[in-house]
Design a protein around this ligand. Structure first.
Ligand code: ZN
Length: 69
């Protein structure tokens, strides 16, 4: 399971959070309960054979307003 590192922008506390969904919102800081947390880049899985759960999204298409016919 993916575990991401987060850092609180308020008190600077760094913590790890188990993320079940790739599009989950940032957790609150366990120290000051602030939602102002920022996800840190993984320092251990860079370059490894880590399968990305979210493949590259094509630039065209999507759920935007495409009323072109
Ligand atoms: Zn904090």
């Amino acid at each position: 399971m993916p575990i991401y590192e987060y850092k609180c922008n308020v008190c600077g506390h760094e913590f790890e959070e188990l993320v079940l969904s790739s599009c989950a919102e940032s957790p609150v800081c366990p120290e000051c309960k602030s939602p102002e947390t920022e996800k840190q880049l993984s320092s251990f899985s860079s370059g490894a054979s880590f399968e990305d759960p979210m493949p590259s999204i094509p630039p065209s298409g999507g759920c935007g307003s495409s009323g072109f016919s």
